[in-house]
Design a binder for this molecule. Structure first.
Ligand SMILES: O=C(O)CCC(=O)C(=O)O
Ligand SMILES: [Fe+2]
Length: 330
């Protein structure tokens, strides 16, 4: 597996190794340093353990190939058979369409797409619906999908959080979504670090193809560590539509240039967007106040971290919190 994009703990060991007494720079043991900022062997061990857990999970779930694609191309497509049953994906799609009807008062037309053909949004002819997580337990199940979380952890570490969970319902016509990166929207300014500080997992709940108005990517663009220029953002020769059957999950690195083509075929493109980021970026959806005890009880501890109910990495003194500052997978 390429180590260039996601350096492993070994690459950083020299800088992070807890020093022995004889390694202090002036060779003297009589000089005293305030301990908080010194490398700490418990924190290093916690960071290494997080990397081992992350890679073990990738291997146990048979996801090595998809992790390699993320390293190599900056995106990957988990096919439906890797993700969930057809029934689950269809239920998720129907649930989104029902919420769309409830929020807009208009009945979505999956066959012709006429209900959404005149929609205007920054994403084209798309109805964008944020704040979905607590609308239905199906969204909690989608969020906690083990394989999706394994790959997101590979990109963002165990301490990552959800920035928002939303859906897109796209009708025929409308505008192109210009190429852009997510990294500089909620992560950091260019030049970007080579590792992801933001990552997107989008459930394609209807078939994705060029004529169906698919997401487009520029493979390998995550290595460029910058967003496209205005000319590059609108250069249609760079738009590569992602072909993915309904039920797939498309995962991409925050540095990856992506956009979308307008839908030419009748009907609707329906997707669920799970947008994640490293723990130190503020989320756009403040989820914690909406997470009830009942929701917490039916979910894992990881769910509480993802939704910001628990913030263990904000506690500066624990090895885990220190590990989240020194390890890409912690
Ligand atoms: O699904 C799409 O059409 C692209 C949306 C997008 O840019 C995003 O979710 O970051
Ligand atoms: Fe985006």
């Amino acid at each position: 597996m390429s180590k260039k994009i996601n350096p492993t703990i070994a690459d950083w060991n020299l800088a992070r190794k807890a020093p022995s007494k004889s390694e202090f720079s002036d060779g003297s043991q009589s000089v005293r340093f305030a301990p908080t900022f010194l490398a700490d062997s418990d924190a290093v061990a916690a960071a290494e353990a997080a990397e081992r857990r992350t890679m073990d999970e990738i291997n146990v779930l048979g996801l090595k190939r998809y992790a390699e694609e993320l390293d190599e191309h900056g995106f990957t497509v988990l096919p439906p058979e890797e993700v969930a049953s057809v029934e689950f994906s269809e239920a998720l799609r129907d649930c989104i369409l029902e919420i769309s009807q409830g929020r807009s008062g208009r009945s979505p037309d999956l066959q012709t797409g006429a209900s959404h053909s005149n929609h205007e949004s920054p994403f084209g002819a798309v109805e964008w619906m944020p704040t979905l997580l607590v609308e239905d337990p199906l969204f909690e199940k989608a969020l906690m999908n083990r394989k999706v979380i394994a790959l997101i952890t590979y990109l963002l570490g165990e301490s990552c959080i959800l920035n928002h969970l939303s859906s897109m319902v796209k009708g025929p016509g409308g505008e192109y979504l210009p190429l852009h990166t997510d990294q500089n929207q909620t992560g950091c300014v260019a030049p970007f670090p080579p590792y992801a500080s933001v990552a997107n997992a989008t459930w394609a709940l209807t078939d994705y193809s060029e004529e169906n108005g698919a997401l487009c990517v520029v493979p390998g663009s995550h290595r460029w560590c910058r967003p496209p220029s205005a000319a590059e953002a609108t250069d249609l020769s760079r738009f590569q539509p992602v072909e993915a059957p309904a039920g797939s999950v498309i995962i991409w690195h925050g540095n990856t240039w992506h956009g979308a083509v307008p839908r030419r075929a009748p009907g609707l493109r329906v997707s669920l967007v799970e947008y994640f980021q490293r723990w130190y970026h503020p989320p756009i959806e403040e989820l914690a106040p909406h997470i009830t005890d009942e929701i917490l009880q039916r979910n894992s501890d990881r769910f509480a971290v993802l939704t910001g109910v628990r913030k263990p990495m904000h506690d500066i003194d624990t090895p885990e919190a220190k590990a989240a500052r020194i390890g890409l997978f912690a």
